[in-house]
Design a protein around this ligand. Sequence first.
Ligand code: MG
Length: 382
Amino acid sequence: MVNSVSILGCTGSIGRQTIAVAEHIGMKVAALTAQRKIDLLEEQARRLKPEFVAVYDEKAAKLFKIAVADTDIKVGSGMEGLIEAATMDGTDCVVTAVSGSVGLKPTLAAIDAKKRIALANKETLVCAGEIVMKRSKETGAEIVPVDSEHSAIFQCLMGRKEGELKKILLTGSGGPFRGKARAELEDVTPEIAVKHPNWSMGAKISVDSATMMNKGLEFVEAMHLFGVTPDDIQVVIHPQSIIHSMVELIDGTVIAQMGVPDMGLPIQLALTYPERKPSMFERMDFWNMKDMTFEAPDYEKTPCLKLAMDAARTGGTAACIMSAANEVAVHAFLAHKLGYNRIYDAAAGAIDAVGVTQHPDLDTIIAADEAARHYVRETYKV
Ligand code: MG
C-alpha cells in the first residue's frame, strides 16, 4: 500500500472521486493538478493542504497563485508542473486522471521515478503502450488500472501464474444507443449522448461510451496492460454492468469480477493494493438484481469499436492517431460543431491520412498525435 498520492486531473470526475476515497481511507494528498477549473481547485487545495499544486493553463495558474498566496502551497504550471506533481519526493502514487494525450509525459516521468501509477488516463497505453509497459518493467514501477474493466481483469488475474490465462472477456454495457443503426443516430445531440444508463462519467468518456470508441480504446489498453494479442480479447456486451470483466483460464474456468457500478471501488483498490480496506460504497443486492444478459457486439452498428480493434491489430501509431482524432472530434461534437456520426469518419479518416509507423519512439508518437488532430481540425473546420 502507498502512503501519499498525487492526483493529476483532480477537478474531473475520477479526480473528485479519488479525493473522496483518499479522505475516506486517510491517505495523504501530496499534489493536485487541474487544467483550469481554479475555483474548485482552490476549494480542494484549502481542504487537503497538498504541498504542491499545478495548473496546466498558464493564465489560470497565475490567477490560482494569487488566490492561494496566503497559504504554503507551492504552485506550478504547464507540462512542467504536471511532471513535478508526478515525480516529486513526497508522493508514492500518481493517479493519472487527466483526459487526453496530455497524460502521456507525466505518466512516463512518474514511471521513471518509480511511482505507482493508478492509471485512469486511456491515452497513455493507447498511444504509447509498448514504451510504457517496457519502461515499467525496467524501473519496477507498478501500474494498477483504475478503469473498471481493467481493474476487474487485474483482480481476476491476482495470484494467477503466468500461462494460466486463455483469454480476456472485456465486458461493455453497449452504451445509451445499443442496437441503434448509424442512420438513426445522425441527429444525436451532445445532451442525449452524454446520458449513460449505468455509469456517471465525464462528458468526453460518456460520448466515447455512446460511440463504443471507449470499449475500443479499452481493448487496445487491455492488450498492452496484460501483454496479450488482439485474438486473446473478446468483447462481450453485458448491458447491466454488474460484471465488470472476466478472464477465461486454460482449463475453461471463467472468473468474473462484480460490483456496484461505482468508480470509487477500482480507485480505492488502486490506492490500497495489494491490501483491501473497508469502503464507503453501496453493496451488491442480489435479491433485487436485474437479470444478467450477454450478447455479441454488432460491429455494423458500432463502427468505432471495430475501428479500434483493427487499429490494435495494425499496431504502431494506428491507435494513437485514431484516439487523437477521436478526441478532437468528440470535443467538437460536444461544442455542437460536428455531427455525431462524423466522429467515426474523423477517426477512420485520420488513420488513412496520417499513415501508420511501426514501433514508434515517443517523438514519433507525439508527432502522429499532432498530425491526427491537425487532420480533423482542417478537414472538418473545427
Ligand atoms: Mg471502462
